[in-house]
Design a protein around this ligand. Structure first.
Ligand code: TYR
Length: 382
């Protein structure tokens, strides 16, 4: 069985899939897409980013697709209203930012993994679907995609049905979205031999549109698959990823590493195990060890500290983590002498006592020690 798929299963990260009884083991390339509806991705996108990276750890090539074209159309999946239209300039800018953000993230994730002895043999590719969807003419699209797509099937999509029940219905533009995503999958299958698409729990319909198209245009038994990740909800059953109604952005100018860290630090005990499996590269034994320590003294929030440190370092990198530490300790990064002495502390030199000698509270020092400790302790994990 494919190790990557098995590892998603083991972490409870496989929600739905089109694999029947046999799990394919000859997948070499996978893809997941992100529409540039804002300047930055948010915690809600983190599971997909991480799943693609987990693929690379297992030797697969991962395509991180940014929807420079689909972002102009708007995915109607699980949206009860027409999406506000974004201007071409706006989507173009967002696409640039997000492609950069993904590039930076992969860089951080590689550095983070190699510090722990985790190899990432699989390659990454960051693509923009405007590069092909922006070039195909309307007539060509109708001939190459529309002709193979049955309206009766398109109308069966849950989100389409829901929207048709409402007076405002659904625009032809958003109705077509599933075909655009379907065309992406076909394009990536033909040009990159991509045979697995992964995405959020609301994406299965769009992914199946792609599989159908490939089956109709290529061979009816072409080995192409789709899998969705679970939707993480908080204790109130709301989507996990917002604090006081605001999305937890991955861009540090929209959400500081400090706030990002605090968001994970504030996770409840009941979610802890789930979050450790979802948002870290720690293995089951390491997670069991952390939970064991945590349960001995839950007020110390050892589990939350491990979680918050791991995710903050993964998404914000070690230098940023140092600033997070400063902010944790002093409230503001400006009041600390220099980030280089902090970095020394961070890598475990004797300068670390300078933090201890400062006037920050004991519990904060414990947090910081935990942050530093985690970076030195773990070796192999997936
Ligand atoms: N529709 C996806 C983004 C996406 C775009 C293009 C694709 O080919 C795949 C996925 C979402 O809204 O999350």
């Amino acid at each position: 069985m494919n190790n990557f798929i098995q590892s998603l299963k083991n972490r409870n990260l496989l929600h739905q899939s089109t694999f029947k009884s046999i799990i394919p083991n000859d997948i070499t390339t996978i893809y997941g897409g992100f529409d540039p509806t804002a300047k930055s991705l948010h915690v809600g996108n983190a599971l997909l980013l991480m799943a693609l990276f987990r693929g690379q750890i297992h030797g697969l090539n991962s395509i991180y697709l940014v929807g420079g074209a689909t972002g102009l159309i708007g995915d109607p999946s699980f949206k009860d209203k027409e999406r506000p239209e974004l201007s071409i300039e706006n989507v173009y800018e967002n696409t640039k930012y997000i492609m950069n953000q993904i590039k930076q993230w992969i860089h951080n994730a590689k550095e983070f993994s190699s510090m722990r002895g985790i190899n990432t043999p699989g390659k990454e590719l960051i693509l923009n679907n405007a590069d092909w969807l922006g070039k195909i003419s309307f007539i060509d699209f109708l001939k190459r995609v529309g002709k193979h797509s049955k309206v009766s099937i398109m109308l069966q999509r849950e989100c389409v049905k829901k929207r048709m029940e409402r007076e405002e219905s659904i625009s032809y533009t958003e109705f077509t979205y599933q075909l655009l995503q379907g065309y992406d999958y076909h394009y990536l299958y033909k040009n990159y031999n991509c045979t697995l698409q992964i995405g959020g729990s609301d994406q299965l319909g769009n992914m199946i549109a792609g599989i159908d198209l490939i089956h109709r245009v290529e061979r009816f038994d072409s080995p192409v698959f789709a899998a969705t990740l679970p939707l993480l909800t908080n204790d109130q059953g709301k989507k996990y990823g917002k604090s006081e109604g605001n999305a937890i952005w991955l861009d540090e100018t929209l959400c500081s590493p400090f706030d990002f860290y605090q968001f994970f630090l504030n996770s409840t005990d009941s979610l802890l195990e789930r979050l450790l499996f979802s948002f870290t590269f720690l293995d089951a034994a390491e997670i069991a060890e952390i939970l064991n320590e945590h349960e001995k003294n839950p007020e110390k929030r050892i589990g939350q500290i491990e979680l918050a440190s791991h995710v903050t370092e993964l998404f914000h990198g070690s230098l940023k983590k140092a600033h997070t530490m400063t902010q944790l300790c002093f409230g503001s990064k400006d009041s600390f002498p220099s980030s280089s002495s902090l970095m020394d502390a961070f890598v475990g030199s004797s300068n670390f006592h300078s933090i201890n000698q400062s006037n920050c509270g004991k519990s904060k020092v414990a947090d910081i020690l935990a942050l530093v400790g985690i970076c030195k302790s773990k070796s192999k994990t997936i």
